[in-house]
Design a protein around this ligand. Structure first.
Ligand SMILES: [Zn+2]
Ligand SMILES: [Zn+2]
Length: 134
């Protein structure tokens, strides 16, 4: 094989590798934008009904909740989910405090951490961050 053909093959090889790399990158980016699909269906999240007459607290699949948010959100506004108890669309994501067991709305207090307990002020996010040394 002469030198010209060799370098032509080399150029083709580089182009093919480049295309493969781009396709892999695009594939990953597309999967990344659909975070809901990557949620383990065994994972649970707490829900809390904000209706004063109900205030039900229960767990649902985290995936189910995020799918609901994905399909129903308008801008930054996260809609209320249909309550498993009273049927009103007044259920929101909640957190169970890892320290005192209190169940409260996720980020409702507008405090530094969305999972800070309004009762005992414990935050798992804060503890995790401290544990990582930041
Ligand atoms: Zn309810
Ligand atoms: Zn607490």
């Amino acid at each position: 094989m002469d030198q010209g053909k060799k370098s032509l093959l080399l150029v083709l090889l580089v182009i093919v590798l480049g295309v493969v790399a781009v396709l892999l990158f695009l594939g990953r980016a597309r999967r990344g934008s659909h975070g809901v699909e990557s949620i383990d269906s065994a994972e649970k999240t707490w829900m809390m009904c904000t209706d004063p007459g109900c205030q039900a607290k229960y767990e649902i699949a985290k995936k189910e909740y995020f799918e609901f948010v994905e399909n129903n959100r308008t801008g930054m506004q996260v809609p209320g989910m249909k309550c498993g108890e009273c049927g009103k669309t007044s259920a929101f994501r909640a957190v169970k405090c890892g320290k005192c067991g209190n169940i409260f709305l996720y980020g409702a207090k507008g405090l530094d951490y969305a999972d800070r307990c309004p009762k005992c002020h414990y935050s798992k996010m804060e503890q995790d961050r401290k544990a990582r040394g930041g």
